[in-house]
Design a protein around this ligand. Sequence first.
Ligand SMILES: [Fe+2]
Length: 364
Amino acid sequence: MFWPGEEGGIRCPFHGWKFDETGQCVEQPAEPSNLKMYERIKIKSYPTFERNGLIFAYLGEGEPPAVPDLDCFVAPESHVFSFKGLWECNWLQALEVGIDPAHASFLHRFLQDEDPKDSYGKQFRDTAANTDIPMTQLLREFPAPEIHVEDTDFGMRLIALRDLGNGNSHVRVTNQVFPCAITIPMSNEMTITQWHVPIDDENCYWVSMFTSFGAPVDKEKMRDQRMEEHTLPDYAPIKNKRNNYGYNRQEQETLTYTGMGMDINVHDQWACESMGAIQDRTKENLGTTDKAIAMHRRKLSKAMAVVVSEEDVSSLPLQIGKEQAREIRGPVSIDVIAPTKDWQGVWREKDADRRNACEWNASL
Ligand SMILES: [Fe+2]
């Protein structure tokens, strides 16, 4: 239920009581004005900040932590497009698909490669940063990545190496921003920072900020692309469990591994929802490709224990002050090809090239 907003606050549609941004009641139109009963009435309010099309609220106790200088927050509004979509599952399984670098080779397999020139606004359709090999071909032909996971000040960095067998490897750098976000490359020009936000235990929204290091974002085009797959006002996906995610057997033979269309969000949605709204984790079999998921669960368990025991939360990731917030930048999210024996520096170099050429201050 949305309460009608008006200058200086919101008004309850039941009797017209108006509340300001601190939660203080400031008007009760049906009560005698001389009683000033409203002065004693206050509802809970939460500090918020707005950035690049989204409103963030702090629901914890005390002062909110500072907002880190992530690219999606530092970039000007012209270079960020925000959108969201509803998934009918717990937020954690929605997040975990994003820190599983192996699944793209099967779940998002395209049986034909599109012209990368037609890739605007789409995931996995561009080439890696320094090659003309389409991402779809790389993922399809090299399904067994070697996965490295590092602890960072914002969460974790994941590096997936696919040995191309010719002395070079494909290096894909993605990130987990603690506790519920990922930052991943979408194309050479854009990254996606995606929060998985709980609605309740069995439903969540993915909320994405598409951030461009190149030209300003064509928001109309990106919105139109996504509105073909969603309905308002709930941003509910048109393909869902009630219509078998649009599964088409003929498409499965010729175009996509899932037969569920060209939008990779639908593939992920099927994977996350079809395991049940709350996955039974007593019956799962984590493999070596799940190492980031295992590490994230350990960090999450530790953080929950700290919160529940009411210990000082300042040691937890991103519980930061203003000075630290200026130091948490990026994070680097990129696809590159590098020599297999010496891949470490190449992704940083290619990312630095992109940042140096950027119209806004994307320096790390
Ligand atoms: Fe995926």
